[in-house]
Design a protein around this ligand. Structure first.
Ligand SMILES: [Zn+2]
Length: 368
């Protein structure tokens, strides 16, 4: 794929392609927006476009001294000048970053595995957090590689996914590079929580915001481009995913929601205790829980099931709603929101579970 194939993020794509065609690409970019919205996808495709060797259709021709002679066939309005061809050796290499696990060599030692720097092209690196942290040794390695001139492409590019997870030491170390980036280097920070980045880092980057899609737009997209035939189901997925296309096309979305509802139900009543598997699922649960609470409160206030997001769960929502007071529902939603914000401090899973379970019982099940 290429930048032109990314759906629903027209504005960021337009800005980025404009930077390439005007040859004015900022040295440091910060891609922000919700999870699952296409930030990393765009970053990798942007890296492809920046280092693309521009091969068109059938004209791929490789000779030892004159690589891709046919590029002169391109006209300025062909669009390809500001996008990736997705065919040349450079694009092919960078494409492997979409599946970084495939780049791990079987003989890599533990230290290398923990570093989580992936190279599939000598000039493009992808950094991922390891156990929710990006450490200083990773940043130092990255800085060193950025200090060399590009080897194959036009630019040295570093994509840092989850940039807010750089610890303080790493972030401070990175400031100097951001202050005076080596020429021909481009750093792309990707973050769904830019407020957690040091202000000094944020201010050194050109920010590009990615927004969730409106329900109608996403619903049409799901039907036109992703083969969803049922309009009602497309709408449901659009709402459930919060306008995040990456989530809507992920088949596990409904399963995740159902699992979160199971935990919710379990917290409210039964004795069995099967808590969140990991920190990620704990965080997700809080999002799903807010969606469910929203429905419970909407039903309480209006008595109408057609206003619910989780319409397939209407019976259950009605039952819970009838047992609780609106003010307690809203209070609970606020409390859960505050706890979710504290999850970055590695709250103990069992204690959090017990506390939230108590909150649910107090606010939703004791006002019969
Ligand atoms: Zn290419």
């Amino acid at each position: 794929m290429a930048l032109k194939d990314i759906t629903g993020q027209d504005r960021p794509i337009h800005i980025l392609r404009g930077c390439i065609s005007k040859e004015r690409v900022p040295h440091a970019l910060l891609f922000t927006g919700d999870e699952g919205i296409g930030k990393k996808l765009t970053a990798i495709n942007f890296a492809k476009a920046l280092n693309c060797q521009r091969v068109t259709g059938d004209e791929l021709r490789v000779t030892s001294n004159s690589l891709f002679q046919e590029t002169e066939l391109l006209t300025p309005d062909s669009g390809l000048l500001s996008d990736a061809c997705d065919k040349c050796p450079s694009c092919t290499k960078i494409n492997k970053l979409f599946n970084p696990d495939s780049l791990i060599m079987p003989d890599e030692d533990e230290r290398a595995l923990k570093e989580k720097i992936y190279w599939s092209h000598p000039d493009v690196a992808l950094v991922l957090p390891y156990k929710e942290i990006i450490r200083i040794d990773v940043i130092r390695k990255l800085e060193e590689s950025l200090s060399y001139k590009p080897f194959e492409g036009s630019y040295k590019i570093a994509i840092i996914d989850g940039a807010e997870l750089m610890n303080r030491e790493a972030a401070n170390a990175f400031l100097d590079t951001l202050e005076a980036p080596p020429s021909q280097s481009i750093i792309i920070m990707v973050s769904s929580r830019p407020d957690m980045l040091l202000p000094t880092i944020r201010s050194r980057c050109q920010r590009i915001n990615f927004s969730p899609l409106p329900v109608d737009t996403m619903s049409s997209l799901l039907q036109e481009k992703f083969g969803h035939k049922d309009e009602r189901q497309s709408r449901f997925l659009s709402i459930l995913s919060g306008g995040r296309l990456g989530y809507a096309v992920d088949n596990s979305l409904i399963r995740q929601r159902d699992r979160s509802f199971d935990i919710f139900r379990q917290m409210l009543g039964s004795l069995e205790e099967e808590i969140w598997e990991d920190k990620e699922s704990m965080e997700e649960w809080f999002d799903w829980c807010q969606l469910l609470l929203r429905d419970i409160a909407v039903y309480k206030a209006t008595g109408q099931t057609d206003l619910l997001i989780n319409q397939d769960k209407a019976d259950e929502i009605k039952t819970i709603s009838q047992r609780a007071k609106l003010k307690d529902m809203l209070k609970l939603a606020r409390e859960l929101y505050n706890i979710k914000r504290k999850l970055i401090f590695n709250l103990n899973k069992q204690l959090t579970y017990n506390y939230v379970s108590l909150l649910l019982k107090v606010n939703l099940a004791q006002n019969v």
